[in-house]
Design a protein around this ligand. Structure first.
Ligand SMILES: Nc1ncnc2c1ncn2[C@@H]1O[C@H](COP(=O)(O)OP(=O)(O)OP(=O)(O)O)[C@@H](O)[C@H]1O
Ligand SMILES: [Mg+2]
Length: 262
């Protein structure tokens, strides 16, 4: 059964440097859902997430999170953000995993409040859930790509965010780490009641975890249950791509090497 709407995006249009990037995008995400957004390079996926976070201004349309505009201060602790650059955290910054995760417990309201107020417990829990106990005192620069991603997710968990947005969390992550990261996200959704909106190029990975998939290319071309996600031929039709050899069989063969990538 679907929970109440957490994110409501209606007719969102976004222009960047004079170029229309998103046009009339509508999307609702309900409590406890795991929604995967896919689409080719430059199709506006990151732009969409940045607009949802209120970092980019909408040309028209609106975004509401928990019924509030994204810039509302009341949302500060409710939203966790794992950016596309999370795996590229600077290697020369001397900060341990534990310190990074602890940063997630700090906000403008408690910055100068030295009392613990349950912070240690939240940090411990986030580190445990993300499987980083063994490396909690290691500098983030010495972690693998997968561990770095998990550390950034742990930071979001320590803030007790209920709604977690991730932009390409699987980039630079090896196969084993990718599987454990996906299991973690699945667990967060099913056992912890988190709501997840994840952008990824990795179609197979998203298919295995998301409840619902959205294909975004300037506007929403598909939005539905994962099991109904279009096959490659229908996807090509949706995108207006024609078979270069005029023969569908050949089209399939020529694209078979790119099944993972859109
Ligand atoms: N700062 C910017 N100023 C102007 N245009 C931008 C800016 N950043 C991105 N764009 C343009 O907006 C479009 C969408 O970019 P966006 O980063 O949202 O795509 P994406 O789907 O996330 O791509 P990728 O899969 O490569 O991460 C692209 O045409 C890009 O060139
Ligand atoms: Mg992007």
């Amino acid at each position: 059964m679907l929970g109440k709407p957490i994110l409501d995006v209606c007719d969102l249009s976004v222009v960047r440097s004079g170029k229309q990037i998103l046009e009339d995008v509508c999307l609702t995400v309900n409590e406890g859902e795991f929604v995967g957004i896919v689409g080719p390079n430059g199709s506006g996926k990151s732009t969409f997430l940045l607009s949802v976070l209120g970092i980019l201004k909408a040309e028209s349309g609106f975004v509401e999170i928990y019924g509030l505009p994204p810039t509302s201060r009341k949302l500060h602790r409710k939203i966790g953000w794992v950016s596309q650059a999370a795996a590229n955290l600077p290697k020369d910054v001397r900060i341990t995993v534990r310190e990074l995760v602890r940063l997630g417990t700090i906000n403008s309201a408690n910055m100068f409040d030295w009392a613990d107020n349950g912070r240690r417990e939240r940090v411990d829990k986030a580190i445990k859930m993300t499987g980083l106990k063994e490396v909690e005192n290691t500098d983030i620069g010495r972690l693998s790509g997968g561990q770095r991603q998990r550390a950034v997710i742990a930071r979001a968990l320590a803030s007790e965010a209920d709604f977690i947005l991730l932009d390409e969390p699987l980039v630079g992550v090896d196969r084993d780490s990718r599987n454990s990261l996906l299991r973690l996200l699945d667990r967060l959704c099913h056992d912890e009641g988190k709501t997840i909106l994840m952008v990824s190029h990795d179609l197979t990975a998203i298919r295995q975890t998301a409840h619902r998939m959205v294909f975004l290319e300037g506007s929403v071309r598909f939005d539905g249950p994962t099991k109904s996600f279009p096959d490659f031929q229908r996807l090509a039709d949706l995108r207006g791509i024609q078979a270069v050899h005029g023969d569908k069989e050949v089209y399939w063969e020529t694209t078979s090497n790119h099944k993972e990538e859109l």
